[in-house]
Write a protein that binds this ligand. Structure first.
Ligand code: SF4
Length: 230
């Protein structure tokens, strides 16, 4: 009996220490720690799922573009990004490096992101097609059809709140429309439940035509405002 009382006494002491510890942690923001742990877990899951998908895409032969590619350009960035950028397809530099937006247009894109306080690592950057079309020609409908499932799975895994479509092709494909980019940009479009899409000119088009600079800046201001609300 004496032994039993001692165990109960010890147990009470442990409980009281645990209570005090939790109270102190709460005062120091324990709720935040719990939320961070959840976020970290979600991030790890998403990263793992994307890695599995990447391996699958790297073996893909679903359309003839696999024959001419040097590398699959799967996309890169934050696996739980609130913002996903979608371009058209890899160009020459991207095909050689296996990474999206690394040429001159990519460098401009990095600057555009910085202008609204974002780094490439904050967002996820990908394309409609994962392999380079020869001579950078426009993607063909059958290539988009074959490749679409990969982008769809990327978006379902990352679960962004905002998609930024870069250029006419990405905008028209994602919004399933033939409307001109000048009429699509400058506002948010519903994309899926809880996901909005905004359109702006492709950085490569901006390099060719600096006159688009003002419009891109206006789009970025809109994007920043919405991003900060998330
Ligand atoms: S473009 Fe897409 S569908 Fe075609 S081979 Fe590459 S990964 Fe596969």
């Amino acid at each position: 009996m004496k032994e039993e009382n001692k165990i109960i006494e010890d147990f009470r002491e442990v409980l009281s220490l645990a209570k005090r510890y939790l109270r102190q942690e709460k005062e120091r923001g324990v709720r935040e720690i719990v939320i961070n742990a959840k976020l970290k877990m979600q991030n790890a899951k998403s990263k793992e799922a994307l890695e599995r998908l990447r391996k699958e895409v790297e073996r893909c032969k679903k359309c003839p573009l696999w024959r001419s590619r040097n590398n699959v350009v799967f996309g890169e960035g934050n696996p739980s990004a609130k913002l996903v950028l979608v371009g058209e397809a890899p160009g020459r530099s991207e095909d050689l490096e296996g990474r999206p937006f690394v040429g001159a247009a990519g460098q401009l894109l990095t600057k555009i992101l910085a202008s609204i306080g974002l780094k490439r690592e904050d967002v996820f950057i990908g394309n409609i097609l994962k392999c380079r079309p020869p001579m950078n020609r426009n993607p063909l409908p059958e290539e988009i059809k074959a490749c679409w499932g990969y982008l769809d799975r990327q978006l379902r895994t990352i679960r962004p709140k905002i998609i930024l479509a870069l250029g006419t092709f990405a905008a028209q494909t994602l919004l399933k429309t033939d409307e001109r980019i000048s009429r699509l940009r400058g506002e948010f479009h519903p994309f899926a439940k809880g996901v909005e899409l905004i359109v702006t000119y492709h950085p490569a088009a901006l390099l060719r035509n600096p006159g688009y600079k003002r419009a891109v800046w206006e789009d970025m201001k809109l994007l920043k405002k919405e991003y900060q609300r998330l």
